[in-house]
Structures are given as structure tokens and as C-alpha cells.
Ligand binder design. Structure first.
Ligand SMILES: Cc1ncc(COP(=O)(O)O)c(C=O)c1O
Length: 465
């Protein structure tokens, strides 16, 4: 029988309440297969509702196959196959989904200063763009990215990095992680990629590891003699600020590297210039691309450090021969960055806010950088600092009997996150010292000293008297 009630004051229409009630009774087998349902009139009288309401509910149950109608006889419960029991996928996913960990102190090198972002200006451009005059942006955009943004990037690269390129040579995508595999697709499967070791980790983790040839680096950056010994025809480098060691590729090695590329057909250098905007010592290092006479450099950069990692905007500049290849092979590829975001950024750049922001951030990061050096040299002189000429992280070498992993774990127990250099090596860690990447991007200047003291205290390194 039907053991449910209808609630006239409920916002769910009566016919729907009736439909749900009967459907539940069938699913729970309170109504047996083949059982005859009350006639429309009987049910209308029983619930004191109109026959039309019953008719609507029965029509829905009929349409969904819960009941069948025998003309002039009545309505009967249909046989419904039991649904196989499936572990709710969402429940599984939810239990697996790890929340991004939060730390009391985070020395991650991936963080930018979140207190200095020009929200007011960004919001203004976002508001401008998200309006009907820009309704055409709802349609698909240009495959290589919006021309407005590519033009701004080309201007910026020319002025600040000495890069010769036209907007046509630029391809925009949602991050270095996404663009690097795309660059590799321009070459056949036999292409051999040399990577700096230690180096940028997202490339190491995936299947590229099998194709990748690790090449050691020293304080002058990639060791070109070692590269020459390999069968590589592609090399990925971070010449202006090697990630993670911070080494700057020396002038001599730059020339050697460009020569290496020119020595054989189809040899290319992928130059990742991810954080050259923030330089603290010496003159800005010109990009390799600007020095190259043979069109063998693929320049790659990102707005992750200069603006924000969550924007997911990066780009590469292709030399003419590869541009042709790209334009024939990638006709099916659409830009992966939303058009609205691209136009917000283009306007932000066009009106000079990007340069202003960089100037401001340079000062902010420089203060933090100088403060860090001062803290270590005056309080913890036995900790050696390196790779501090640019960027938002530096390396610290810690004299200790415990190994890097143990030191990492000790810090983590105190809620302090700091990454060991060995996280970024392709081969067994070649370093004898305990080396860590100390990111300072998002640590407030006023807290730097106490955070360093806490880190040192948990490792048992005492402050100099
Ligand atoms: C060497 C290097 N390249 C690029 C990036 C930025 O990557 P993405 O553009 O995917 O955010 C980083 C980020 O830390 C990096 O260390």
C-alpha cells in the first residue's frame, strides 16, 4: 500500500510528491511487481487531490517505466531490473582527494607575494572586459592566443629581454607544464632531450624521464662539454637563473651552447626564462634568444612568477622554421587560456601596469632577499647561501649529520615546509651537503627573521652569540 503523505504547503508540486512516493514504494519493493495501482479516482479521493494531479504523476511513472498501463484494466507495477551496486565514485574520489597541505611556515619556491597584487587595477580591467561590448569574446579565439596579448608580449620581450620576434611567432598556453610537451611534439619521437640535472621537476615526473638525458650543472650552469658527449638534439635550459640552483649560465658557456645548436641540423635549445624579471646583482642577463644568429632557440616564459601562478599564462616564441612546422601540425589545437583572461592581461600590459608592477615587486623581493642574506650572515654564518642573484628563492647548504630527507621531516613536524634539492635531481643526488630551496616570495618581510630562527632551531643550529 502507499504509506506516504502529501504536503499541500510544500514547494514541491503535489503531482511530483505523488510520483516520488510511488516510485520509492516500487524501488523499495513495498509495491510488488505486477501489483495493480489504485485507479486515478480512488487515489484522488484517498489523498483528496484532483484526478489531473494523479494523471500527471502516473504519466511520469509510465514514461520512466516504473508502471505499465493495460487499457481499460488499470495501472500495474513494472518489473525493474535491480541496478547493480556501484560504489559511489564520488565518495571514492572524495576520500582520495587530498587537500593541498597548509603549513605554519612555507618556504616553497612556488609562492609569490600575495599581499602586493594590484587587485583594484586588475578588477577594473576584468570588469571592462566582462561586458557586452566584448561579447565576441564568447566565441572561439585565435589558436595561438589573442593577437592583442601576443603583441603586448612581443613588445615587452623586445624592450626588457632583447628578444627579436613578431606576435606571429608567439604561442600562448596555460603554463610551462602544458607548453613544454607541446614544443616536444614539434619533433619526432626519436628526438633526444637533454635536461639540466638538477632541474625543473615537472618534466622529470612524466614519461619524458625515459627520453631525457640528464646533464650536470656547476656554478656556471649547464656543463656544455657534458652535453656534447650526449646524443641529444634538444636541450632544455634555464640560463638566466638555473632552477633550482640559481646558477647563471656564463658568457662563455652561452656561446658554446649556441655553437652546439648550430653544429647539426634540427638541434634546438629550449630557453626557459621563467623568473629573469627579478635580478639582484649585476646587469640583467640578456636572453640567449637575442644572441642567437642561427634561429635555434625556442624561448619559453611565463607570468607565473611575474604576476601570479594561478593565472596559468605562459608562452613560447618559435624560430621561423619551427613556426611553419607548428602551423601545419597544430591546426587542431585551440588556445588553452580563456579569451577574457588574455584580454584582461593584454590591457593591463598595454596601459603600463605590468612594468609598474614588476618595478614594485623587484623592490619588495629585493628587500626580502637582502634581509635573508643579512640574517644568515649575522646569525647563522655556518649556513652557506648560493643561487641568490635572482628570483624568489635561494639555496642554503646546512652542515648537519642528518640527511636531507630527515631534516625535511624534522621541519615538517614543526609545520615548516622546505624542499630539499634532491627533489629536483634526475639521478642520485650528486651533492654531499644538505641543500634546501628557501623560497621567500610570500613570506612577509617582518616575519623572515623569526621564521628562519624557527627553522634553524628545529635543526639544532644555534644562533651566533
Ligand atoms: C624553471 C621553471 N619554469 C617554469 C615555471 C612556471 O611554470 P608554469 O608556467 O607552468 O606555472 C617554474 C615555476 O616555478 C619554474 O621553476
Amino acid at each position: 500500500m502507499l504509506y506516504f503523505q502529501l504536503h499541500k504547503e510544500n514547494s514541491i508540486p503535489l503531482y511530483e510528491q505523488l510520483y516520488i512516493g510511488i516510485k520509492n514504494a516500487i524501488s523499495k519493493q513495498q509495491l510488488a511487481v505486477g501489483a495493480r495501482l489504485p485507479s486515478k479516482r480512488e487515489l484522488a479521493d484517498f489523498f483528496s487531490i484532483s484526478q489531473t494531479t494523479v494523471e500527471l504523476a502516473y504519466a511520469q511513472l509510465l514514461a520512466e517505466g516504473f508502471i505499465m498501463s493495460k487499457p481499460r484494466v488499470g495501472y500495474f507495477v513494472e518489473e525493474i531490473d535491480e541496478l547493480p551496486f556501484i560504489v559511489p565514485v564520488n565518495a571514492e574520489i572524495n576520500s582520495m582527494a587530498e587537500e593541498k597541505p597548509t603549513y605554519a611556515i612555507d618556504f616553497s619556491s612556488a609562492q609569490i607575494d600575495e599581499n602586493s597584487f594590484p587587485f583594484t587595477i586588475w578588477r577594473k580591467y576584468a570588469k571592462d572586459v566582462l561586458d557586452t561590448p566584448f561579447k565576441h569574446l564568447l566565441q572561439t579565439g585565435e589558436r595561438q592566443g589573442e593577437l592583442a596579448l601576443r603583441s603586448e608580449i612581443a613588445n615587452y620581450l623586445h624592450q626588457s629581454r632583447g628578444i627579436k620576434c613578431t606576435p606571429e611567432q608567439i604561442v600562448i598556453g596555460s603554463g610551462t607544464e602544458q607548453l613544454l610537451p607541446m614544443i616536444l611534439k614539434l619533433f619526432d619521437d626519436h628526438a633526444k632531450l637533454a635536461l639540466e640535472n638538477p632541474g625543473y621537476s615537472p618534466i622529470h615526473r612524466d614519461q619524458l624521464k625515459q627520453r631525457a638525458i640528464p646533464v650536470p650543472i656547476d656554478t656556471d650552469g649547464l656543463i656544455i662539454e657534458e652535453l656534447q658527449k650526449t646524443a641529444a638534439n634538444l636541450v632544455y635550459v634555464t640560463p638566466s637563473h638555473q632552477f633550482p640552483t640559481g646558477a647563471v649560465l656564463s658568457a662563455n658557456r652561452r656561446t658554446q651552447l649556441l655553437k652546439w645548436a648550430a653544429q647539426a641540423p634540427n638541434r634546438y635549445i629550449i630557453e626557459d626564462d621563467y623568473d629573469s624579471e627579478f635580478r639582484y646583482t649585476g646587469k640583467p642577463i640578456p636572453a640567449l634568444q637575442g644572441l642567437d644568429q642561427n634561429e635555434r632557440v625556442i624561448y619559453l616564459s611565463t607570468f607565473t612568477k611575474s604576476l601570479m601562478p594561478s593565472l596559468r599564462v605562459a608562452f613560447f616564441v618559435l624560430p621561423p622554421a619551427l613556426l611553419k612546422r607548428y602551423q601545419t601540425d597544430f591546426t587542431y589545437y585551440s588556445a588553452t587560456v580563456p579569451r577574457f583572461e588574455q584580454h584582461i592581461l593584454a590591457r593591463f600590459m598595454k596601459d603600463g601596469h605590468f612594468s609598474k608592477h614588476l618595478n614594485r615587486m623587484r623592490k619588495i623581493y629585493r628587500k626580502k632577499h637582502d634581509k635573508l642574506i643579512e640574517i644568515f650572515s649575522s646569525q647563522f654564518p655556518e649556513v652557506h647561501i648560493s643561487g641568490d642573484a635572482a628570483g624568489t628563492h635561494l639555496l642554503i647548504s646546512v652542515p648537519h649529520h642528518q640527511n636531507e630527507q630527515q631534516l625535511h621531516d624534522i621541519a615538517l613536524k614543526q609545520g615548516i615546509h622546505i624542499a630539499p634539492l634532491s627533489n629536483y635531481t634526475l639521478t642520485a643526488n650528486p651533492y654531499r651537503e644538505r641543500v634546501f630551496l628557501l623560497g621567500f616570495g610570500n613570506i612577509p618581510l617582518t616575519l623572515l627573521e623569526s621564521y628562519i630562527q624557527q627553522l634553524m632551531a628545529c635543526w639544532g643550529i644555534h644562533k651566533k652569540k
